[in-house]
Design a protein around this ligand. Sequence first.
Ligand code: FAD
Length: 494
Amino acid sequence: MTPPLASTGASAARPYLWGQVARDLSAVVGPDNVNTEPAALAAQAADWSWMSQFLRYRDLPLPVADVVVWPESTEQVEGVVRIASEYQAPVVPRGGGSGTQGGTFALYGGIAVDLTRMDRIVEIDESSLTVTVQAGIDGSRLEKELNGLGLTLPHYPGSHFFGATIGGSLAARGSGVVSTKYGKAEQLALQVEAVVPPGRRISTLPVPNHAAGPDLLQTLIGSEGTLGIITEATMRLEPLPEGRRFLSFQFASVSAGLETARLIMTQRILPAAMRLYDEADSARLTSMLGLDTAGVLLILVLDGDEASMALEEERIHAIRAVNDGVDIGRRPAQTWWDGKYEPFAKHNAPAPPMVFGTTDTCARFAALPGLYEAKKRTIEDGFAEYGARYTAHFSHWFPWGGMIYDRFYVDEAPDDPDEALALHDRLWNAAVGTSLEHGGVINEHHGVGLKLGRFMRPQYGAAFDLMLALKNAWDPDGIMNPGKLGFGAPRSIR
Ligand SMILES: Cc1cc2nc3c(=O)[nH]c(=O)nc-3n(C[C@H](O)[C@H](O)[C@H](O)COP(=O)(O)OP(=O)(O)OC[C@H]3O[C@@H](n4cnc5c(N)ncnc54)[C@H](O)[C@@H]3O)c2cc1C
């Protein structure tokens, strides 16, 4: 039996052993698709988490893998996972690296598996309105190709132009700006293929529905590489909408805006996008987009044919009038739609030395107003000595509730990196603790990764033991993305 790589520590055998692994991997993916250089390893570990940005800003090392591979086919991924299983080496999958939760950090070293060379469109089925792709395809590239056929995969995350892949969006249960109408990535996914330890290809059922036992598809989705590597996905398509309409309203308070949104959703009107900004986030947005509005802002985007949009518009106006919403015309919503990626542009996005975090959460309508107020107090009052600021908008809606996309900001990180990381974690502890206490969830669409793993047990209670049992059954050596989702270290070093 080969010694488990995660336990070889700094022993003299380690470089030789990793050289051997790299040679074995070369035989599977070809020598051009294997690299052990420090710069390549650091690039694989980096993501858009604050931790990653902060460590690079301070020139501190990231937790990197020992070797990176770029497989080009599912067969090659099978070979890579088989080798990893033989050596009990950790496997850290990576799509576009646009994640924000430290999911690509290689805490225990191992093999980074970069999926971006698995970027083929396998099939477009125009009669069933589906597309099958290799998991490493860039979502924006796919969308461009589909638009050329009059089709769309309506998943437009803020990271659309940051390289986010379809596999990454499924792995982390992502959502896009029109998910209120069309569903999050997990609702758009129809079937996936994955490679699980010890190098086995599995596939979920290729049918529109079934009553053949528990749902394997939704077990793989959201597993963030801890159960296996998603290699292929079939996704639902829509025809490009005939048109869009834009509505913008101002409200006296967040609660009046929330009540309007609740009525829209519970009366089963389905806007493509609906965003309610609190005063602080509205100020941030309007200055970025050059708008002259102020206060609590609600913007809506409808899409479809003229007749159905006219009907929806009429019903929405009736609801906002009941809640004293002021119609401020189409322009703010249209400007937002045209500039929807602008908040993520380099000149607008927060960056170190600031300490920041997007602590998005989700709750049923009855809990949303209290949850918002509690989180705002937690950050602004609890971290007043640091001048902490809080902004929020409500951006994704469901038949029985909505999500809060909220952020904390502390303008200057403490000089000492350990203190800065500790402050970051304390802010997260407070924010997530408040979400859990007030009917919310750890996270709504960025995933868990390394950053939020410690909240899985408080979130799920006894059910987390069942998740651990499932993880141990799928991945007995604990080699798949160890340290993420709170599932702990590889078995060999536990
Ligand atoms: C500016 C910005 C805006 C963002 N806006 C949004 C948004 O609107 N909506 C949203 O949902 N997210 C958003 N995100 C977060 C991020 O883009 C998403 O989580 C995205 O889905 C990650 O895709 P990726 O391919 O970059 O995955 P990566 O960052 O490479 O990986 C994310 C996690 O998934 C795992 N993984 C990746 N590919 C696979 C695979 N094929 N099989 C198994 N595991 C895999 C990785 O190991 C890691 O744990 C944003 C991020 C940024 C930086």
